[in-house]
Design a protein around this ligand. Structure first.
Ligand SMILES: Nc1ncnc2c1ncn2[C@@H]1O[C@H](COP(=O)(O)OP(=O)(O)O)[C@@H](O)[C@H]1O
Ligand SMILES: [Mg+2]
Length: 361
């Protein structure tokens, strides 16, 4: 848990970046700080790892005032990811990912081993480990940046506009990746963005900041959409935003037919078309096992059997479609109507829709 208690920050030149902030970030949550440029988001985040010291007030982590915690040990407990990844240009992806571990005094061999595991966690292909940042795409660099922050397995992850410098499709892919990581990791994440769509997609809780470093609303995404606290927040989210980006949106997407059932009652999963995800390998396809009524049971491939879950129910919105894609080892959201699988949405279609929510009103 991270607590801001009456925190203000005025820089030496007289600029007030944050004005009396009271806010609690619950443990294990993904809390988003959102607002226009210059409203104090980065300042607030940097006060958590003491890169910036508050002028008044205090910040507690798990009940302890961080002013009393040595900055070295404080920062070791917090991963930090920034826009453009901030990688060392003359170090390979692997050595970049190992950087923070090396700072803790870990041996090179052990640091590399753990860095390698972190790179696999963010689904960077192993053959890219030895490349330098200039030899990686923007999205791949960003994955390395996230791996570096995760390598030491810190309880807190601070992410400052981490996906702002990549193109919309790659950005949607990285957003989906972060949501997927959250199903297995328990970190408390503070995520800064100026993009309200990104905030609504990723956040369990959203803090909306405005000019002068004031907090306008701190609530769950649904509340922000349905009951904006004031006209500033209402303007940020837009009048029909809830309908557009989280509501019926996914219903416009093309549903691919299921195909023929085989003798075991299963159907072959679609192969991801177009953009190939980092993890995609060309081995045999996953098969979706159906029960007698046509309901999804499990994904099958070789010895692997993964429960199929509830799939995506039409009308449940884009977030539900994304959750179904993330839950599927085949990167396909099974569309389920009245308990029956009727088709699927492929991963790339869902990611592209996420990347361009405003186009599809
Ligand atoms: N080191 C600094 N010295 C003086 N003013 C600063 C400094 N860093 C940020 N500011 C000012 O504080 C305000 C908030 O900045 P920042 O926290 O970076 O906002 P955001 O991340 O929301 O864009 C801005 O007016 C910015 O110009
Ligand atoms: Mg900023």
């Amino acid at each position: 848990m991270i607590e801001f208690e009456g925190v203000s920050k005025t820089y030496p030149d007289g600029t007030t970046a944050i004005e009396h902030l009271d806010l609690v970030v619950p443990s294990g949550s993904l809390t988003v700080f959102v607002g226009p440029s210059g409203c104090g988001k980065t300042t607030s985040m940097r006060m958590i790892n003491r890169m910036v010291e508050p002028t008044t007030g205090r910040i507690l982590v798990d009940g302890e005032d961080i002013a009393a915690v040595p900055t070295v040990s404080l920062r070791q407990s917090m991963g930090y990811v920034i826009q453009g990844a901030g990688l060392f240009p003359h170090r390979t992806a692997l050595d970049n990912a190992a950087t923070t571990l090396r700072l803790t005094g870990m041996s090179k061999a052990e640091a590399r081993e753990r860095a390698r595991a972190a790179l696999r966690l963010v689904r960077l292909r192993p053959e890219l480990d030895d490349r330098f940042p200039s030899q990686l795409s923007g999205g791949q660099q960003q994955r390395v940046g996230v791996a570096r922050a995760l390598a030491a397995d810190p309880p807190i992850l601070l992410m400052d506009e981490p996906f702002s410098a990549v193109d919309p499709v790659v950005r949607a892919e990285l957003q989906a990746e972060l949501l997927r990581l959250r199903t297995t990791l328990s970190q408390t994440i503070v995520f800064v963005t100026h993009d309200i769509d990104e905030a609504l997609l990723l956040g369990d809780r959203i803090a909306v900041f405005g000019p002068g470093g004031t907090l306008h609303q701190y609530a769950e995404p649904q509340t922000i959409l349905e009951r904006p606290a004031d006209s500033f927040v209402a303007q940020m989210v837009g009048r029909d935003r809830g309908f557009r980006s989280l509501g019926f949106h996914a219903d416009d997407l093309p549903v691919h037919p299921l195909g023929e059932r085989d003798a075991q009652g299963s159907v072959t999963a679609p192969s991801p078309g177009g953009m190939v995800p980092e993890s995609h390998t060309t081995d045999e396809p996953w098969r979706l096992q159906l029960d007698d009524e046509g309901g999804p049971v499990a994904w099958l491939r070789g010895e692997s059997r993964i429960p199929a879950g509830d799939g995506h129910i039409p009308g449940a919105g884009l977030r539900s479609a994304l959750d179904a894609v993330l839950a599927s080892p085949a990167d396909a959201a099974v569309v389920v109507e009245e308990g029956r699988a009727v088709g699927w949405l492929d991963r790339n279609t869902v990611l592209r829709a996420l990347a361009a929510p405003a186009d599809r009103s």
